[in-house]
Ligand binder design. Structure first.
Ligand code: MN
Length: 219
């Protein structure tokens, strides 16, 4: 879905965020425009956004080199090392996106309700993140409100990866997406976010449906 808009004129200056900006109309969507951020801080952010778009998925994002590397995880993360979760790499997002919780209007790219499901900091367990990404094997530790301990992203082919929990004391057979369905920042459900952010009746119904499905035991 290509949309023509003013931001298309020169995207080269946006570097790794050019694709993010190309897909969005910032006069319509409440999402932040993509700007590279250079930071000297040592702590790297991570965020997981629960997103009821065409279907429910969890957007897993790790800060690296001034952007958020992003993967869409249809079933969401699992604390059980036996559950390898498919993760489709998507376009890099701006770091400002980590604060976005709201509704993307109907007809826009990713239209639907977005919840900040978990957030915190992460640490690579490797010396060189770029090299690990190129190899397709990135081991890291999460310090989130819901997700903790050691994890790995393993590439199968091209943009298709697996997100897997390592065996450690944070590993568990608890279904975390079912037991902790709410926002990490506002404690709201998807439906509550949809309602307060002016979702369409259809988007509100979909948000309610996603709330119901993500609280039922492994559906
Ligand atoms: Mn998404």
């Amino acid at each position: 879905m290509k949309k023509s808009h003013s931001q298309s004129s020169d995207l080269s200056k946006f570097g790794r965020l050019a694709e993010y900006n190309r897909r969005r109309r910032f006069d319509v969507t409440p999402e932040p425009a993509g700007k590279m951020r250079r930071t000297k801080k040592k702590e790297l952010e991570f965020v997981i956004q629960k997103h009821r778009a065409t279907s429910l998925h969890y957007d897993f994002r790790l800060e690296h080199d001034g952007v958020m590397l992003s993967w869409a995880v249809p079933k969401g993360p699992s604390l059980d090392p036996a559950n390898r979760r498919f993760a489709m790499q998507t376009e890099d997002h701006p770091i400002e996106y980590n604060r976005f919780e709201g509704v993307i209007p109907e007809g826009e790219y990713g239209g639907g309700t977005v919840m900040i499901w978990d957030r915190g900091t992460w640490e690579p367990e490797v010396e060189d993140v770029d090299r690990a990404l190129a190899k397709g094997d990135l081991k890291f530790t999460l310090h989130g409100q819901k997700l903790r301990g050691s994890w790995v992203l393993v590439r199968m082919r091209e943009r298709q990866w697996l997100l897997i929990k390592h065996r450690d004391k944070a590993a568990s057979t608890i279904d975390i997406t079912a037991t902790k369905p709410r926002s990490a920042v506002s404690r709201r459900t998807l439906a509550a976010i949809a309602r307060s952010a002016g979702a369409s009746p259809r988007q509100l119904a979909q948000a309610k449906g996603a709330d119901a499905s993500s609280t039922s035991p492994s559906g």
